[in-house]
Write a protein that binds this ligand. Structure first.
Ligand code: G4P
Length: 526
């Protein structure tokens, strides 16, 4: 057995993906309660950006100060070490959310049983698909009138483009919701709306044709038997390998608010979800079991206090053991760095740690050494793959509004981009700078932070832009021809790569059909 196998095998690092309001905060809290990480409901909620706050971006500023604590929520449950990585999904939806998904080993997708699959979930699922991340689906709010479960499953398959396999089945919904049949463990779990937060009531039922079923759920027993027969007929046997290989998503039903079906989800999750998976680097594949330490930075959190320009870099340990006060190679700049106070995140507490294992997230105090995607190793020169940028959806020209402060502005923009707040493109012809974001609020956040942290004033100007598309070609002449022909629509990204600024779906289609030799990439990972 490899040296750290025991620690590695007990780790589960995952994120919860959902559309706002599906119940992510509620579910997270219930999971933390099971882990004994918090004692009362409300502990996570208070950190959430409140709906309809008078100024959403001021709220973001306030939240930034405390959200370090909820960025990673670690806890122990049944001898497993569980790390939940927060994937902000509200008004603060940003590149950060995408990037966090590069640091998880699996994902739980949360869906509102009445609303079905919603847009933000679809977007985030694209990232999971790209990275072949194993996903489990939890269909929430069954205590409310919900869609037919078979329709929901069809919708998940079609919209999220993944096969499904129900491992629990709801018995009615809304006011008539009686509970679920746990297919995985062959037992009936009864719902009692009045027993909130208590351990659920479950009865072993290996044979659902047992007439005793009627004693528990009355007339709904007939429907349940029919449904389960159909389930067994339609969906193939659950196979953990298919789940780990991201071909099949097991599905659970429940109600996070009533703490119903959550324990079943968690118990199955620790059993089937993967411990830290191998990670690809440009040079080779890193196995978690390797003895030498490797890790990468997937998130950077700036301090709110303008007098302390320090930040916290979030590092995912990929192999070996990370140790305090040990020298590691910062591959990008060739520096050797050691950390005297690396922190771990146990639920809402932060504490200095001496060591961390694959799957763990370590907070490193940073004075500007790190960029997102940076690699730390015991000495080997490795570059982790898979920290993609996606084409942003909203764009604006950013201009300097105070000629005396152009240096400050340039520095501020550079550092905010390193943090992954937004993406920067520079026009070839005009040399004008374009900021691209995935959430509208980010523009205000950038403006505010530039002023308060860098003393620089910026102004925005509208731009008609549909997508930024990275282009490459094996045919150098054709590439040069494309760039020349589209010169006004060409830009560089922050790394100096060629980007085509498509102003409409039509102009993108035209460019694609006229230049078949050019490859158009919709993420920066190619
Ligand atoms: P989010 O983080 O995904 O945005 O969702 P959150 O947990 O905040 O839940 C959104 C709303 O849905 C909350 O109600 C929450 O209480 C409710 N909710 C979550 N899970 C369930 C469930 O299983 N059943 C039912 N019936 N409701 C659920 P709210 O009124 O917006 O907030 P609050 O005033 O209750 O805090």
């Amino acid at each position: 057995m490899a040296k750290y196998s025991k620690e590695i095998n007990r780790r589960r690092t995952f994120g919860i993906v959902s559309h706002p309001d599906a119940g992510k905060t509620t579910l997270t809290e219930k999971l933390l309660l099971f882990g004994g990480a918090i004692n009362e409901a409300g502990a996570v909620k208070s950190n959430k950006i409140k709906k309809g706050a008078t100024s959403d971006w001021m709220e973001i500023e306030r939240q930034r100060g405390i959200s370090v604590a909820t960025s990673v929520m670690g806890f122990d449950y049944k001898n497993h070490k569980i790390n939940i990585l927060d994937t902000p999904g509200h008004q603060d939806f940003a590149e950060d959310t995408f990037r966090t998904l590069t640091a998880v080993d699996s994902v739980i997708i949360l869906i509102d049983g009445a609303k079905g699959v919603e847009p933000q979930t679809k977007k985030l699922m694209q990232v999971c698909r790209m990275r072949k991340t194993p996903v489990i689906v939890f269909i929430n709010k069954m205590d409310r009138p919900s869609q037919d479960p078979f329709d929901l499953l069809d919708e998940v398959e079609a919209q999220l483009e993944i096969g499904v396999r129900p491992l629990s089945w709801p018995i009615n919904d809304g006011p008539e919701f009686k509970g679920v049949y746990n297919i995985y463990e062959e037992k009936l779990v009864l719902f009692n709306a009045h027993e909130k937060l208590k351990d659920t009531n479950s009865v072993e039922f290996t044979d659902i044709n047992d007439p005793e079923l009627e004693d528990y759920i009355g007339d709904d027993a007939k429907q349940l038997r029919e449904d389960l027969e159909l389930v067994e007929g339609v969906y193939s046997e659950f196979n953990q390998k298919d789940y780990i290989n991201a071909k099949i998503a097991p599905v659970f039903f429940g109600s996070a608010l009533s703490n119903f079906g959550v324990k079943e989800l968690l118990d199955c999750f620790i059993e089937i979800a993967p411990s830290p998976l191998p990670v690809e680097t440009e040079e080779r594949t890193i196995e978690a079991e390797e003895e030498k330490f490797t890790g990468f930075v997937f998130k950077i959190h700036a301090n709110m206090d303008p007098n302390h320009r320090d930040r916290i870099a979030f590092l995912k340990v990929c192999s070996g053991k990370f140790e305090r006060n040990t020298n590691y190679l910062h591959v990008r700049n060739g520096k050797s760095l050691k950390f005297s106070s690396p922190t771990a995140f146990m639920a809402s507490k932060k504490s200095v740690i001496d060591e961390a294992y694959p799957g763990d997230i370590v907070g490193l105090h940073d004075t500007g050494n790190f960029k997102i995607g940076d690699t730390l190793t015991s000495g080997e020169k490795l570059h982790f793959k898979g920290i993609p940028s996606f084409s942003p959806e909203l764009f604006k020209y950013i201009e300097n509004a105070d000629p005396m402060k152009s240096k400050q502005l340039a520095k501020g923009i550079e550092q905010l981009m390193d943090e992954g707040v937004a993406q920067l493109f520079t026009g070839r012809a005009s040399t004008r700078k374009i900021i691209g974001t995935v959430g509208a609020l980010q523009f205000e956040v950038i403006q505010y932070r530039l002023l308060h942290e860098y003393n620089a004033t910026c102004r925005y100007e509208g731009i008609r832009l549909y997508k930024t598309v990275w282009i490459t070609s094996d045919n150098r002449e054709k590439l040069a021809e494309f760039i020349e022909r589209k010169f006004q629509q060409m830009a560089f990204d922050k790394e100096g790569r060629d980007v085509f600024l498509a102003d409409s779906p039509y102009s993108l289609e035209m460019a694609q059909s006229k230049f078949p030799e050019i490859e158009f990439h919709f993420t920066s990972e190619f």
